[in-house]
Design a protein around this ligand. Structure first.
Ligand SMILES: NC(=O)c1ccc[n+]([C@@H]2O[C@H](COP(=O)([O-])OP(=O)(O)OC[C@H]3O[C@@H](n4cnc5c(N)ncnc54)[C@H](OP(=O)(O)O)[C@@H]3O)[C@@H](O)[C@H]2O)c1
Length: 179
């Protein structure tokens, strides 16, 4: 099966994925359209597993809700020694180079991966390992925070294959890496 590393993320208008305190409450400033999950269900039906950074994992673990993912979650971390009770059997620690980590996940039969977390996405982009990005832009200038993008060793071209405006308020663009 074809290997794919895909991003599905929301940013502020100025490109942040979390505010200065690491908070994401601003994401919910605009209520989602009643009849739509803004493509999340279709996207997650197309993935085999998630690979996220430790900070994003800890944010999700901290939510006062049931474990939200049906697919296995691999957590990139050098610091975490154990998976919290809530996510045991559903999330798995991984570390090493991205090549090693991907090889490990592919060997388990997971090929289409949802890559999540700012630092994690940036490290994938640095090695040109991202194949597509669905970016939902919340029309708010946060003025600072955790950025989605950072410096890259070389420019990377993407093609915008779809653009949707939800409730006339939120724009979602789908970019595919042009190789
Ligand atoms: N707007 C959105 O849709 C959205 C989506 C996801 C996350 N978020 C928010 O974004 C914030 C998290 O982003 P983040 O940039 O802080 O980090 P992140 O990518 O979630 O986590 C970074 C951590 O992952 C671990 N890691 C291990 N290997 C790595 C590698 N090769 N590359 C990168 N990281 C590696 C490191 O943990 P160790 O220190 O344990 O080694 C590193 O500190 C949270 O506040 C989260 O809520 C927002």
């Amino acid at each position: 099966m074809e290997k794919k590393n895909m991003v599905f993320i929301a940013t502020s208008l100025d490109g942040y994925i979390a505010d200065r305190d690491g908070g994401i409450d601003w994401l919910h400033a605009i209520p989602p359209p009643n009849d739509s999950d803004m493509g999340y269900g279709v996207f997650t039906s197309q993935i085999d597993a998630l690979l996220m950074g430790r900070t994003t994992f800890e944010t999700v673990v901290g939510f006062d809700v049931e474990w939200p993912y049906e697919k296995p979650v691999f957590v990139l971390s050098n610091k975490l020694k154990d998976i919290p009770e809530k996510a045991k059997g559903k999330a798995f620690l991984v570390n090493g180079t991205l090549e090693e980590v991907l090889e490990h996940i592919h060997q388990k039969g997971f090929y289409r991966l949802y890559i999540d977390g700012g630092a994690t996405i940036q490290s994938f982009l640095k090695e040109d390992l991202i194949d597509s990005m669905i970016i939902t832009i919340i029309p708010k200038l946060l003025g600072g925070g955790i950025p989605l993008f950072s410096d890259l060793p070389k420019a990377l071209d993407f093609e915008c294959i779809e653009s949707t405006v939800y409730s006339n308020k939120v724009v979602q663009n789908t970019f595919v890496r042009k190789r």
